[in-house]
Design a protein around this ligand. Structure first.
Ligand SMILES: [Mn+2]
Length: 338
């Protein structure tokens, strides 16, 4: 069962060589991790483990509830847990950044004083060997070995190609993680980035024993009651101007529904159900009174360019700003429905 996947998914030889020749890996992904981030990291760590290598998976934030079904998810550690277990960043020879391409995105720009973060910042400043595997359009040259492929739908596709090139046996756990990575970033195969290559890889993964319906139910039909009430609240804030839809979520709405930022995943896209909406925005109030804006678009409209104006970035049809605006500006007041 080893069909040849397309030429776009050929990992750089130096990337495969680095993964095969190094032994102690820190694998880190972006803050507020999504299914692509988590699934890609888990698959990569299983592959490296099967070759006898040591991996620790790091993330700034805990795994969101909808991804707790992923095989091996309990291997993720927050930076605090990493410290508590007595490990040292200096014991690792390689950092692999997955589904992101800058240290800020893995949480190193935080103002909190966390020893593992300080250690990692020092290690990177001292030249710690770093491999980047990512598909975001917004990038800035960080890393010793970089495979950044914005035309690829999900980082999971890149990780899968790298794993195959390393000669690792694809287990059902690897297949489930990669499949979930792909369905997350393609919106279950409906976004513009869903090309033939995506279906070819998905078909292979189904052959390895992944259930598409089970994955869909776990990843998309698993809202808690609180998350669903939050969703109803966000829909209630909807404001439309022409082909642009804006919704908002405030810290008060999170408190009232006992939910958190990761519960808003995919909320930004719901106004796209309306025929004429081309751009959707979700403005999320942060605890410090600033706001982050998630952007989605259809077709040729490039919202990554918009997010870059606000120091953020992402993909053509899906991007996010850095924190903008202060409380008392219009952005976070509750709008009436329309
Ligand atoms: Mn991704």
């Amino acid at each position: 069962m080893s069909r040849q996947i397309g030429p776009k998914l050929l990992p750089p030889p130096e990337l495969v060589e680095a993964l095969l020749s190094r032994d102690n890996f820190l694998i880190a992904t972006h803050v507020n991790p999504d299914g692509d981030a988590i699934g890609s990291c888990l698959a990569l760590s299983d592959a490296l483990n099967s070759l006898g290598k040591k991996c620790v998976l790091l993330d700034k934030h805990p795994i969101p509830a909808q991804y707790l079904f992923l095989p091996g998810q309990d291997k993720f550690e927050t930076f605090e847990a990493f410290n508590a277990s007595g490990k040292k960043i200096a014991d690792f020879d390689t950092l692999v950044m997955v589904d992101c391409n800058h240290p800020d995105r893995i949480g190193l720009s935080t103002k909190e004083l966390i020893p593992a973060i300080e250690e990692l910042k020092r290690a990177l400043a001292g030249g710690m060997f770093t491999v980047v595997i990512d598909h975001h359009q917004t990038e800035n040259g960080f890393g010793n070995i970089r495979w950044i492929s914005p035309e690829t739908a999900a980082t999971g596709m890149l990780v899968y190609a790298a794993i195959k090139k390393m000669g690792v046996t694809i287990t059902q756990a690897i297949a489930k993680n990669i499949y979930t990575a792909i369905v997350t970033d393609t919106g279950n195969f409906r976004f513009d980035n869903t090309n033939a290559e995506v279906f070819r890889v998905a078909a292979e993964l189904i052959d390895y024993g992944v259930s598409s319906s089970e994955t869909y139910e776990n990843a998309f039909e698993s809202y808690s009651g609180g998350r669903f009430r939050l969703f109803l609240g966000v829909i209630g804030t909807l404001w439309i101007d022409g082909n642009i839809a804006v919704s908002t979520v405030t810290t008060k709405m999170f408190e009232e529904t006992s939910t958190a930022a990761d519960d808003t995943e995919a909320f930004v896209s719901f106004p796209m159900l309306m025929k004429d909406i081309r751009i959707a925005m979700l403005i999320r109030e942060l605890k410090d009174g600033t706001c982050k804006v998630s952007l989605r678009s259809k077709g040729a409209i490039d919202v990554a360019r918009v997010a870059e104006q606000f120091n953020g970035g992402g993909h053509k049809n899906a991007a996010e700003s850095k924190p903008v605006w202060q409380r008392q500006s219009a952005c976070c007041s509750k709008s009436s429905g329309k």
